[in-house]
Design a protein around this ligand. Structure first.
Ligand code: HEM
Length: 501
């Protein structure tokens, strides 16, 4: 009689197990409502393509291309409202879904992506997914970031802006061109240092890029690496992969630097408690003293501010200068408006907020070149939810991205055109779709600070250098300004050289 050898039985058993696993996987995927959402076939089975685009750069434009391709009412050429990004993630550009996901009630919490985006042990206001912890941190940080509180910090911001403008002038003299990206990054870094820790990082004084700045410049890449390869980051030190090791070491260096800044502030406070200026972290420091917060939590939040607050403001200012220089009619209109300010520089943020064209130029820059235009993933709450007419199970990741919301031609006609005048009489749809700072309870806590900084820097820069133009020195070209998009957005060349004669 025919009989099977024991090893043949084992192989047949394994094969059967494999087939059952595959059937189970296919069944699970096909039963999930996500599989019925429009999207490329491979996104039903894998997130590898989205992951690849996040790692290599053009993530936001890739997601946008899915919206354009897969859910478009072609006659309108409008980005489609719902698209599948992976077996567990759906992206929305439908405004009713955006409003539902990004509410102040925080029904849809941040996804685990954020825990991976920052260092593994890092618990800060940006990354925490736990609602109570987030509220606790946010309460301690938001009062100092209100427009009213920031008024007392205006002189410090202005002093730093003045120094940045002076440095740009000096570099124009000595080099024939000035790298505004570098100076704006030094400016944003020094402001965060001074306002958070009572002492600037003094980059505008030192005038040279150092390791600290290089770490900041690579923060977007490092965060993307961490989010995509969390396990590998733990063992990065032992792997022969220099880029992974760099990402891991850079994280440690930024943390150390935040720690040093906080200790320095503590020493200053102990030396002379009567002479301590209020900082953005005053309430955090107090909570630590009262043992309501650990030292590590303060450091974690400081790291969050350093990373979230420097590159973002520098990128916005850089693209603003570039776009204005590339559009002479915009520059002329901006200069005309800035000329209405007192010639002796006797104006402040109140006056700048009243200038419609200046603020329109800033909004238009944030619309096209927002520094954080990528998907902001959230999780469908318990019980599941219906969004834009699609039912989704609890635990599904849902997201929206400014990159797509800001390019809807129904809301922003000719969306790729840099046209600040569109903001002089914005429609409700435009205001609703503006997502450069995110939305709901997790909206950018540094929004007022960055806008104050940008308004002041732009006004002083164009008043001081009205003839400024983009330089071609040292091979500078539009290619340098092509965007690199991981979670953050910035110029590929990491420079923007300008000339002023
Ligand atoms: C033009 C400059 C800036 C842009 C475009 C920007 C953009 C954003 C966006 C889109 C978010 C939402 C992220 C999400 O929901 O996942 C965010 C959150 C955040 N931003 Fe900004 N940001 C800027 C400047 C700043 C500055 C100057 C600081 C701090 C000093 C800062 C600190 C933060 C923090 C801490 C969060 C997390 C808030 C929370 O989850 O409660 N940002 N930012």
């Amino acid at each position: 009689m025919f009989s099977l050898e024991p090893h043949a039985v084992n192989i047949a058993g394994l094969a059967l197990l494999l087939v059952l696993i595959i059937i189970g996987y296919v069944y699970r995927i096909l039963r999930d409502p996500v599989s019925r959402i429009p999207g490329p076939w491979f996104t039903r089975w894998t997130d590898m393509v989205a992951t690849y685009h996040m790692a290599t750069g053009p993530h936001s434009s890739y997601i946008h291309s899915l919206h354009e391709k897969y859910a478009v009412p072609f006659s309108l050429k409008s980005a489609g409202p719902v698209v599948r990004v992976s077996p567990s993630e759906v992206s929305f550009s439908d405004m009713s879904a955006v409003k539902e996901i990004y509410t102040v009630k925080e029904t849809y919490v941040k996804s685990e992506f954020y825990t991976r985006l920052t260092a593994p042990t890092n618990k800060n206001v940006f990354a925490v997914t736990n609602i109570d912890l987030h509220r606790r941190y946010r309460r301690l940080l938001s009062a100092a970031m209100s427009e009213t509180s920031l008024k007392s910090m205006y002189p410090a911001i202005e002093a730093n802006v003045n120094l940045a403008i002076q440095r740009i002038g000096e570099e124009l003299q000595t080099r024939g061109a000035a790298d505004v990206f570098k100076w704006w990054l030094f400016l944003a870094t020094d402001i965060i240092g001074e306002l958070s820790f009572g002492e600037s990082f003094r980059m505008l004084e030192k005038k040279q890029k150092n390791q600290y700045i290089e770490d900041l410049e690579s923060a977007g890449f490092v965060a993307a690496m961490r989010a995509l390869f969390p396990t590998a980051m733990w063992v990065a030190k032992f792997l022969p992969l220099p880029w992974l090791r760099y990402a891991s070491e850079s994280t440690e260096r930024t943390r150390l630097s935040a720690e040093e800044s906080i200790r320095r502030h503590e020493r200053l406070e102990q030396a002379d408690p009567t002479n301590v200026k209020p900082t953005l972290f005053s309430k955090m420091y107090k909570a630590e003293e009262d043992e309501q917060l650990t030292f590590n939590e303060v450091v974690d939040n400081a790291v969050g501010y350093i990373i979230a607050g420097s590159d973002t403001s520098a990128t916005t200012l850089t693209y603003l200068v570039w776009c204005v220089c590339k559009h002479p009619e915009v520059k002329a209109a901006l200069l005309r408006e800035l000329a209405t300010l007192p010639a002796d520089g006797g104006y402040g943020d109140q006056e700048l907020k009243q200038l419609p064209y200046l603020n329109a130029v800033i909004e238009e820059t944030l619309r096209i070149h927002g520094a954080a235009p990528a998907s902001l993933p959230r999780v469908v709450p318990r019980g599941g939810a219906s969004l834009a007419g699609y039912w989704l199970n609890e635990g599904t990741t849902v997201s929206s991205q400014a990159y797509t919301l800001h390019r809807n031609p129904m809301t922003f006609p000719e969306p790729e055109k840099f046209d600040p005048s569109r903001w002089l009489a914005p429609t409700k749809a435009m205001k609703d779709a503006f997502f450069a700072f995110g939305g709901g309870s997790r909206i950018c806590v540094g929004m007022h600070l960055s806008l104050m900084n940008i308004r002041l820097a732009v006004s002083k820069f164009f008043r001081r250098f009205p003839n400024v133009e983009i330089s071609t020195l040292e091979g500078m070209s539009d290619e340098d300004m092509e965007p690199h998009m991981t979670f953050l957005y910035g110029p590929k060349g990491r420079r923007c050289l300008v000339e002023a004669h």
